[in-house]
Design a protein around this ligand. Structure first.
Ligand SMILES: NC(=O)c1ccc[n+]([C@@H]2O[C@H](COP(=O)([O-])OP(=O)(O)OC[C@H]3O[C@@H](n4cnc5c(N)ncnc54)[C@H](OP(=O)(O)O)[C@@H]3O)[C@@H](O)[C@H]2O)c1
Length: 318
């Protein structure tokens, strides 16, 4: 069932007829040189959960590439200082906004405020905020914790996509002009929505139990793949699935458990947050103009039981 104005033909409906995609639904960028394709000059980006950790490195990547970037934080007020540092270092606009990603109205209002106040546009949204499952065994965990994990890790991505996607669609329908000022948008190339999923959306982690988190992250990945089809006329939608990255999110995990993780990672270490910058910049920029519905796994985690056994044997010197 389609909910919305009945007489309106939205881009979502016009990309296919009778279940067959229309030819030439999209256009390639005019630019062909690789480094300019990675440029985010004139573009506006929002990154949720970016006062520290992975999100902050994504903010640096985008600012280095010339974008104006809004940092979204929730409890970490140091985000305000981080924004000032980014602005000074790269000479772009960067401001921090306190936002609760489990609240749709808060997300929508803040996106509109940023698009209006920055430069009348939104090009990139990274739904990166998330929390871990910290209560171990599923049967013994509290339902309230389950609801908070799903609200923060999955519902928030749906809400962010709904609000950002609406603006991407309006910009496209306005022929690549600002919906606020009517001005032609420079370096416009469709919207780009990126969500941070996880390798936990692909595999079940060992030895820690975190089924709710894993389910949320698998949901994020498939939500993005489904939206990529729905939004093909006006935005690309992709996800990034990092392996273990050294950030505050895993501060609650005992060192012994982290040692077990490292024994299952051929590189023998957690990743650093800045090692993800390239993947996000690729997906945000016109360098990935023919990439949508993709999940980039930034990880080398051993996935099969047989491989895990092999690594366990090596660890035990067998
Ligand atoms: N680190 C890893 O090993 C790893 C691996 C795969 C995927 N991930 C995913 O990567 C993303 C970033 O995590 P990280 O590792 O960089 O850890 P992090 O530094 O703890 O980042 C999580 C962010 O989420 C924000 N957040 C939490 N609840 C929120 C809410 N209700 N509203 C708004 N923001 C909220 C936090 O904001 P405040 O601090 O301001 O409260 C924080 O900035 C998460 O989605 C995580 O699941 C991490």
């Amino acid at each position: 069932m389609v909910v919305g104005p009945a007489n309106r033909q939205a881009p979502e409906d016009s990309s296919m007829k009778n279940g067959v995609f229309k030819q030439y639904n999209t256009e390639a960028p005019k630019q062909t040189q690789v480094l300019p394709l990675f440029s985010l000059k004139h573009k506006t980006a929002i990154v949720s959960g970016s006062g520290a950790g992975i999100g902050l490195q994504v903010v640096h990547a985008f600012a280095e590439a010339g974008a104006n970037v809004a940092i979204w934080y929730h409890g970490n007020k140091e985000a305000l200082d981080r924004a000032a540092e980014v602005e000074k270092k790269y000479g772009v606009k960067c401001k921090a906004y306190r936002t609760d990603v489990t609240d749709y109205d808060n997300i929508k209002t803040t996106i509109d405020e940023i698009a209006r106040d920055f430069n009348g546009r939104l090009d990139i949204f990274v739904a990166n905020a998330g929390i871990p499952w910290t209560q171990g065994r599923m049967i013994d965990g509290e339902l309230s914790h389950y609801h908070r994990v799903i609200a923060t890790d999955l519902d928030s991505v749906f809400y962010s996509a709904k609000a950002a996607g609406e603006l991407f669609r309006r910009q496209c329908e306005a022929g690549g002009t600002s919906v606020f000022s009517g001005e032609k948008l420079q370096n416009y190339g469709y919207g780009s929505f990126i969500a941070t999923s996880s390798m936990s959306g692909h595999i079940a982690n060992i030895p820690n139990h975190q089924s709710a988190y894993n389910a949320a992250k698998a949901g994020v990945r498939h939500l993005c793949q489904s939206l990529a089809v729905e939004w093909v006329k006006f935005a690309r939608v992709n996800s990034v699935s990092p392996g273990y990255i050294a950030t505050e999110i895993s501060n609650f995990v005992p060192p012994e458990t982290k040692a077990i993780w490292r024994g299952k990672i051929p590189m023998g270490r957690e990743g650093e947050a800045h090692e993800l910058k390239g993947a996000y910049l690729y997906l945000a920029s016109d360098a990935s103009s023919y990439t949508t519905g993709t999940d980039i796994v930034v990880d080398f985690y051993v996935r099969t039981r047989a491989d895990t056994a092999l690594f366990d044997e090596r660890q035990n010197g067998q």
